[in-house]
Write a protein that binds this ligand. Sequence first.
Ligand SMILES: *Cc1c(COP(=O)(O)O)cnc(C)c1O
Length: 394
Amino acid sequence: MSTRLNWIQEELDQLKQAGLYNRIRTLSSSQGAWLTVDGQSVLNLCSNNYLGLANHLALREAAEQAIIHYGVGPAAVRSIAGTMDLHLELERRLARFKGVEAAITFQSGFTANLATIPALVGKEDVIFSDELNHASIIDGCRLSGAPIVRYAHSDASDLEAKIQERQGQYCRGLVVTDGVFSMDGDIAPLDQIYAVSSKYDLMLMVDDAHGEGVLGRGGRGIVDHFNLHGKVDVEVGTLSKAFGVVGGVVAGSPLIVEWLQQRGRPFLFSSAATPADVAACICAVDLLEESTELVDRLWSNTDFFKREMKRLGFDTGQSVTPITPIMLGEAALAQQFSRELFAEGVFAMSIGFPTVPRGKARVRVMISAAHSQSDLEQGVEAFARVGRRLKVID
Ligand SMILES: *Cc1c(COP(=O)(O)O)cnc(C)c1O
């Protein structure tokens, strides 16, 4: 027997010992406030289904109609024979929704970042990146070959200091930040970051994956939240979270969109999104444009849950969005907390290193408009019971 793969077993064993091994649960129901997980009905406090659209009747019907009309597969990359009128309609609709001139869609938010960053900068250039940016931004930055300068999290003065240190040493510069940080639920100070990036005439890109459908008027995102229309060059979003489907989007100037059609590698070398996905996304835009009801409910649910958790004495960290971390410290405690919640019928995942720093493990709760008041009350009560049992609260 060869031993050349033994290192993998050793690595896996180490992860298990450190309480960092990813145990993946299996769902046998659709997404919603309640899920069937490993055969058990549990309250869902972990998906990114912010508006409850993942199993919304109107989206399902739109997807069905698209399958009847266009079939199930795109059968090509966008630039060869994969761009259907449906793809273009979604892009027009997303641009209008976000109040920008143009948009281009991708297979996912992850691929949107992999497409965009290497198209904008290369090894002669420089990227200024928030130290807590999402993995897909980090990978996009690495793929570009540009030197990456990390600035302190959400710190516009550190960003400015880092820019000054590099002055005269690069051709083009790009500042990139998450809009909402997915592990802490805090919002980047995009107004301050814009003030700095425009002072030094750098390109500015924000990845609003957790702000799309959540922040701003009727869920129009972080640029709308800060009223920075026309000032942010690239707004990346995902259609896989609040929009309830799957896909990514870049919204902004028509020049950037045209450039990504020529140079965005996941656009050129990976197949288009399926007709069903695209039609469901168009339907999600329809719903968001028709009414703010779902976004309003998401925020009232969020306010209620946070208030109750704080009242019980839990630490919800820096969160100001529906992403609500319950800070616990050690990874082993967070894992035990999550397991005991599950036994109480509540599904909320623990998150540890390397997704968050060591010693900052947590159980992360994702609030949705799909939750009813009584769902949230049940969730809070389960947290209270487990929290007392594990001596996290009194
Ligand atoms: C979730 C997330 C992504 C990935 O989006 P997908 O559409 O699931 O690929 C990208 N960036 C950030 C900041 C995210 O939170």
